[in-house]
Every structure is written in C-alpha cells, then in structure tokens.
Design a protein around this ligand. Sequence first.
Ligand SMILES: [Zn+2]
Length: 167
Amino acid sequence: MDAIYIPQLEKARQQTELINVNECLTSLDSLTPVKGQLKAVHQGNYLQVSAQVETIVTLTCDRCLQQYNHRLAADVAEMLWFETDGADLEAEITLEGPVETISPQGYFEPDDWLYQQLCLQWPQCQICSSDCKGMDQELMATGYQGNDHRWAALEALKRTLVDSQEP
Ligand SMILES: [Zn+2]
C-alpha cells in the first residue's frame, strides 16, 4: 500500500482518500491477505482514519495446544492530530490520555496503522472452540496424582536440596 502524503491529501477531492485493501502486511503473519477498506480524511487540524478490514490468522490454543484458524477483524476509526508548534493543543487533550500525532507535512502509512489496529484485536485468550476438551485428560490426571515421572524427578531434586542444606 502506498503511503499517503498529507499535503497532497489536503488538495484531493473532498480531502479524502479511499483505499481498497487486499494484500498481506509484511509485519503480520496471516493466512489470507488483509481485505477491506481504509478511508483517510484531512480535517484541517487532524487526520481522520477509519477502516473495516479482516483476515485469517493461525493461532495456538492455550488449552489444547492445537493450531486453529481465527478470523481477525477490525472496524475502527482514529483521529491523528497534526503536530503544532504551540503546546496549547496538547494541554487541551491530555485528559484523554496519550494522543497520536502526525506531521502535517509528512506521510501516513496505511500498512503500519492497519497492523497496529489488527494487533489490538488479537484475542487475549486463545481457545480453539467453545467445546475444546483441553489436553489429554488421562495425562493430566496422572500428572495431578503425582505418578508422572517428571514430578518424581522434581521431588528427588527437592530432597537433595534439603539434604545439602543440613549442617
Ligand atoms: Zn483447544
């Protein structure tokens, strides 16, 4: 995707650029291209960016460790304030938390922005399906009963440590 040159966007028809997105982002390891639309509008003192995109990514289930495909979608809008020399604008909006700014003489990179937006949609809890059974039940049961040889090895190690501490 080509970067959008802000001064050029200001001169564009309705100060708007509409991009049809259909490509793989270099920084995102996705199974399918990222598809959708991105709209950038020059609003005088800020750049308004919005997008509706989606793609498929391969994730690993936290519960059963199997890989599965997940539809990652973003329907987002953000205001990127143009940097100013004065500090008055900053003072006004710090209450809202950190604010994204951009140079009014610079470029807007749709790829980077889309990547960030999709990362924000990344599921915190990765479970392959609502009826995921988790790890092999038998393996977990033996593990909890202490019959697993790995637990035995750990116990032996603990005993060694205790013994070595005695005078
Ligand atoms: Zn699972």
